[in-house]
Structures are given as structure tokens and as C-alpha cells.
Design a protein around this ligand. Structure first.
Ligand SMILES: Cc1cc2nc3c(=O)[nH]c(=O)nc-3n(C[C@H](O)[C@H](O)[C@H](O)COP(=O)(O)OP(=O)(O)OC[C@H]3O[C@@H](n4cnc5c(N)ncnc54)[C@H](O)[C@@H]3O)c2cc1C
Length: 418
């Protein structure tokens, strides 16, 4: 079977790998000159079942409204984006109840747990190295009232397969001695042993290399201009380097997915939410983290990637704009100085910005919709690195008409279209 995978980010490359393993003749179509050049290039890097909470929560509308007047907020809604955000925004607001938040978060948790294991299995099987570790993650708290509330919620997650240990500041510093010099700044932390981290871009490029060696064809520098339909099937894809035909198509275009699907009358509930990361080299002798962390009060993710530490965050609703705005790194720099003052070298930063493909409710979109040979595999939002391998494996099973191998309730497009 000939399969065209549209998009060469981590989600597309993982799908291509599992499809090739299942015996498909795979072509990956990617507009850049190498894999993982857009959102998969430099995300924080957390493999993060412990960070699977849906963004649409009862607190979210207030946070977004306040951000209209607070330029330093980690979540920012820019007024000029409002017209383009209307339909997605209404769908998002509908999900901001306690009940919907819980439902959406548990769907994501199920997928994140499955996919974290799939990523590690693939890593071990292929011997991939990408500055990875399985050290778990710490969710750091500086505010007692909020910490106590989160600690209560943590106990409820155990019933759904996520073990979260509640630690005081000393306990957090015992789990990661890199925090010992600054533990007085914390009231406590939640520790998720199943989490880990790794360089998503390096993983994707390494997997793309293995896939190419297995016969997957990568058509880099090919921009998809149009997806062409014939009744209930896709008949081909028009690209800047010619037309591509296949028996099945897997759409992994990240934040660009709605722009290619809208002309076909399929309105994906995905908005491009801009995020930023700053990667700093480690200084010799200073205290640095050995594991992934989230500074919950400042909404900054932190990952140890070999001899570097990456700080990431910001969620800016500003349409399809990927320009790097230097002021956006202020919060990350503050956290870097506050937690690891002697450990990271701020004079040699690598800055990056990109667009998360966020669905309004939170879970990704997978499976067929209007066209029976087009498989959607997109909208993985703030946990696409975590979800890529599990999604790729499930999609490959679907393309071959097999059981996806995981419960896909809540990820199909039906009932979620804008
Ligand atoms: C600041 C930040 C921090 C993050 N941290 C984490 C984290 O710690 N853990 C985690 O799990 N996730 C994290 N994420 C989310 C994760 O990075 C994304 O969900 C994931 O990279 C999405 O992968 P993708 O393959 O769907 O999209 P992309 O990587 O964007 O891939 C889509 C590909 O499609 C190609 N494409 C688009 N349009 C066309 C076209 N017309 N023709 C040809 N090619 C096209 C693009 O060039 C691109 O390569 C973070 C994201 C951000 C922004």
C-alpha cells in the first residue's frame, strides 16, 4: 500500500516509521529541508503524562481576559487576534467546565501514558539517543493554597494510572539535588516518576534517518498547495514539486492543518498558539536540574537536555505569526536566574518560537472523517512530542484496517468540527 504522510514534524515522522514497519510504501511530504523544522524543533522536551491537564479549564477564561491588559502574562490573548479566534474561542469556552476539563484531561492522560511507553520502546529497540532521560518530572509550587489544592487533585489521578507523589521542599530537593540551594523558594512539589525528557528535534531527525534507511522517501522542500478530493476519497496532493498520489494519506501538518483542510469543507478545531523556548548551556560546577520540571506559578517548563537546560512557555494567541519577540523571554530568564543562578549560562542563549496545534477541547484529532482514505493525525497541542509515537502506531494500525490498539474515544473529529 502506498501512503503519503503530509508533514515531517515529530507526529508525521513517527507515523511514517510505524507505517513503514507495517509494510507500507511511505512518502513524507515536508516543505522544509529537514524533519522537525517547525513546532517539533525545540519544544521543552518533556515526555509528560504528568502535565496532561487540558488548557480549557474553569480558570482559563479569567486568565485569558486578564491577559488582555497584562503584557507579562504567560497566557496572552492579543486583541488583533480576536476576529480570527471567534469560532475556536467559543468552542474552547464551552469546554471550560469542571466536568469537561476532567473528561478531556483523562483522555489525554490515557494517550500520554500509552505514548510515553511507545517512545521508550522505540528508543530502546532502535538505540536512539537524543539527550534523553527517564528521571521523572517535578511540578514546583511557590504558593501554599494552590499547592494544597493541586495535591488533593493528585490523589484522584492515581485511580487513572498517574502516580503523583506530594513532596515538601526538602523532598523535592532530595529527588533533584539541583534544587537544594533554592529550596526555600518552594512550598512543595508534585513528582511524577513516569515522566521524562529528551530533545524532540534530535529524536525526530534520528528517527527520520532510520525511516529513510528502511525505504521511506522524504520529499523535503515540497510545499503542499492543495489536497484534491474525488467524492469521498482523496485523489492526490498538489505540491510545489509536482503531484503526489497514494492509496492513503495521513495528515500531520500541525498548526497548518486547518488551512489545508478548510477548502475541503472539513473545519478542524485547531488554533496556532504561539510558544517560546530558550536553551542555555550548563556552566561547570553550578547547580542544575537532572530532570524535567514545571514552575507552576510562572508557567515555565524546564528540561535537562544533556549539557543544556531548556526553559519554555508562553501561550500567545496572535494568529499565524512566528516572529521572535525578545521581551517574551523575560519570564523564562527570571525563572532561570531564580532557580539555577550559578548553573546556566545566560550569555549563550538559543531562542526559538513556534505554533502549537491546539484543539479547542485538548485531545488530538485522529482517524478518518469525510474522506475514507485520509487519516487525520493532528492537533496534539502542548503535548505533541509526548503523543507522537502512540499516535503514529495507532494511525498505522488504522490505515491497515487493524484495531488501533488503544481506546480512541474522544479523539475522532465527529462532533468537534468548527
Ligand atoms: C514552547 C513549546 C513547548 C512545548 N513543550 C512540549 C513538551 O515539553 N512536551 C510535549 O510533548 N510537547 C511540547 N510541545 C508541543 C509539541 O512541540 C507539538 O505538539 C509537536 O511538535 C507538534 O508536532 P507536529 O508534527 O504535529 O507539528 P510540526 O512539528 O509543526 O510539524 C508539521 C510539519 O508540517 C509541515 N507543513 C506544514 N504545512 C505544510 C505544507 N503546506 N506543505 C508541506 N509541509 C507543511 C511543517 O513544515 C512541519 O514540519 C511544545 C510546544 C511549544 C511551542
Amino acid at each position: 500500500m502506498r501512503v503519503a504522510v503530509l508533514g515531517g514534524g515529530v507526529v508525521g515522522v513517527a507515523a511514517a516509521w510505524y507505517l513503514a514497519e507495517a509494510g507500507a510504501e511511505v512518502t513524507v511530504v515536508e516543505r522544509n529541508d529537514e524533519a522537525a523544522s517547525e513546532c517539533s524543533f525545540a519544544p521543552t522536551g518533556q515526555l509528560a503524562p504528568g502535565h496532561c491537564g487540558a488548557w480549557a479549564s474553569p480558570r482559563a477564561p479569567g486568565i485569558l481576559l486578564r491577559s488582555l491588559v497584562n503584557p507579562d502574562a504567560a497566557l496572552r490573548l492579543l486583541p488583533h487576534a480576536l476576529p480570527g479566534l471567534m469560532r475556536w474561542g467559543i468552542a474552547f469556552l464551552r469546554e471550560c467546565t469542571d466536568e469537561r476539563y476532567m473528561r478531556n484531561s483523562l483522555i489525554k492522560l490515557r494517550l500520554c501514558l500509552d505514548s510515553t511507553q511507545a517512545t521508550r520502546d522505540l528508543r530502546d529497540r532502535l538505540g536512539l539517543r537524543y539527550d534523553n532521560n527517564d528521571n521523572g518530572a517535578l511540578f514546583l509550587h511557590r504558593d501554599r493554597a494552590r499547592f494544597e489544592k493541586e495535591a488533593k487533585g493528585a490523589a484522584a489521578m492515581a485511580a487513572h494510572g498517574l502516580k503523583l507523589e506530594v513532596l515538601d521542599a526538602d523532598g523535592a530537593a532530595r529527588i533533584d539535588p539541583g534544587l537544594a540551594p533554592v529550596k526555600d523558594r518552594l512550598v512543595g512539589a508534585l513528582y511524577s516518576p513516569v515522566d521524562g525528557s529528551g530533545d524532540c528535534g534530535a529524536f525526530t531527525r534520528a528517527l527520520a534517518e532510520r525511516a529513510a534507511a528502511k525505504g521511506v522517501v522524504f520529499r523535503y522542500g515540497s510545499t503542499i498547495e492543495r489536497i484534491e478530493e474525488d467524492a469521498d476519497r482523496i485523489s492526490g496532493v498538489a505540491t510545489s514539486s509536482g503531484r503526489i498520489e497514494a492509496d492513503a494519506y495521513v495528515l500531520c501538518l500541525g498548526a497548518e492543518s486547518p488551512r489545508l483542510m478548510d477548502p475541503l469543507g472539513v473545519h478542524l478545531p485547531i488554533y496556532p498558539v504561539k510558544g517560546y523556548s530558550m536553551t542555555l548551556p550548563i556552566k561547570p560546577g553550578g547547580a542544575v536540574p537532572k530532570m524535567a520540571m514545571v514552575d507552576e506559578n510562572n508557567l515555565v517548563g524546564i528540561a535537562r537536555l544533556g549539557d543544556r537546560v531548556r526553559f519554555a512557555g508562553k501561550a500567545v494567541f496572535t494568529g499565524y505569526d512566528t516572529k521572535i519577540v525578545p521581551e517574551m523571554f523575560g519570564g523564562m530568564k527570571k525563572v532561570a536566574r531564580d532557580l539555577f543562578p550559578d548553573g546556566v549560562d545566560e550569555t549563550q542563549p538559543t531562542y526559538w518560537a513556534c505554533l502549537r496545534p491546539m484543539t479547542a477541547d485538548g485531545p488530538p484529532i485522529m482517524g478518518t472523517a469525510k474522506h475514507r482514505n485520509l487519516y487525520l493525525n493532528t492537533g496534539h497541542g502542548h503535548v505533541g512530542w509526548t503523543l507522537a509515537c502512540g499516535s503514529g502506531r495507532a494511525i498505522a494500525n488504522m490505515v491497515f484496517g487493524r484495531d488501533p490498539g488503544i481506546d480512541l474515544e474522544g479523539v475522532r473529529l465527529e462532533g468537534r468540527e468548527l
